[in-house]
Design a protein around this ligand. Structure first.
Ligand code: PGA
Length: 255
């Protein structure tokens, strides 16, 4: 239901990770689109694999669903085997790109520095970066959550102008909640979001901080989305597993 009390328009984004062929993507959109056709209270984003991007853009044509990539490289072209550039994503029809996801950090050597370069290149190409940050379980248990978030925030957004910063979306994804069925409570998430927003105010401006959308990610399901969205600090969700099923993802969109 349209929630006009919100300052910021929510974003519900699906991260398909390494799931779905082109055919599966087309089947998903055929089922998903009618279920969210009336949803104007939020922006809807789906991030398929690189190979399913064009098919997804085609399938989502005429709808309000934006297609995002799951990663990008910072150079515009060159001898970088296996990489895809921002302008290639734009040409494929992408509007946004996930950057610095914890799986990229964990398994593929992503650092705050590489995420920073990617954020800048994405913004320069006209893409909206969805920059992910979040602490590991051991870091939370050691009481290091805020210092980890601050390090990731400063490192990944280093030397951005306020104009560049105003183009990004952030996602707070505590690593211990991703794919584990263990969601952060709405209160825990909201506390981290507030911390990030305060950092944004100190690093950029109060106005930019107030308009920054911060999504929560980590085991978001139809059953817990309402409670998360009841927090004023939570501006949407980055959904992994539950975004693979059209009905479940539609239920999250239509929270
Ligand atoms: P999950 O993944 O919803 O399956 O926990 C979230 C993410 O990794 O973006």
């Amino acid at each position: 239901m349209a929630d006009t009390s919100r300052l910021r328009k929510p974003v519900i984004a699906g991260n398909w990770k390494m799931y779905k062929t082109q055919r599966e993507a087309r089947d998903f959109f055929a089922e998903f689109q009618p279920l969210v056709a009336a949803a104007t209270h939020c922006e809807i984003v789906v991030a398929p694999t690189f190979t399913a991007l064009a098919a997804s853009v085609e399938a989502a044509k005429g709808s309000a669903i934006g297609i995002a990539a799951q990663d990008v490289y910072w150079a515009s072209e060159g001898a970088f085997t296996g990489e895809v550039s921002p302008r290639m994503l734009v040409e494929a029809g992408c509007r946004a790109v996930i950057i610095g996801h914890s799986e990229r950090r964990q398994f593929f050597g992503e650092t705050d520095e590489s995420a920073n370069r990617k954020v800048k290149a994405a913004v320069a190409a006209g893409l909206t970066p969805i920059l992910c940050v979040g602490e590991l379980l051991a870091e939370r248990e050691a009481g290091d959550t805020q210092s980890v978030l601050e390090r990731q925030f400063r490192g990944s957004l280093a030397a951005l102008t306020t104009a560049e910063f105003s183009r990004i979306i952030m996602a707070y994804e505590p690593v211990w909640a991703i794919g584990t069925g263990r969601t952060a409570t709405p209160e825990i998430a909201a506390e981290a979001h507030k911390f990030l927003r305060d950092l944004a105010a100190r690093s950029f401006s109060a106005k930019d901080a107030a308009s920054l959308r911060i999504l929560y990610g980590g085991s978001v399901k139809p059953e817990n989305i309402k409670g998360l969205m009841a927090q004023a600090e939570i501006d949407g969700a980055l959904v992994g597993g539950a975004s693979l099923d059209a009905r479940q993802f539609a239920a999250i969109v239509n929270y």
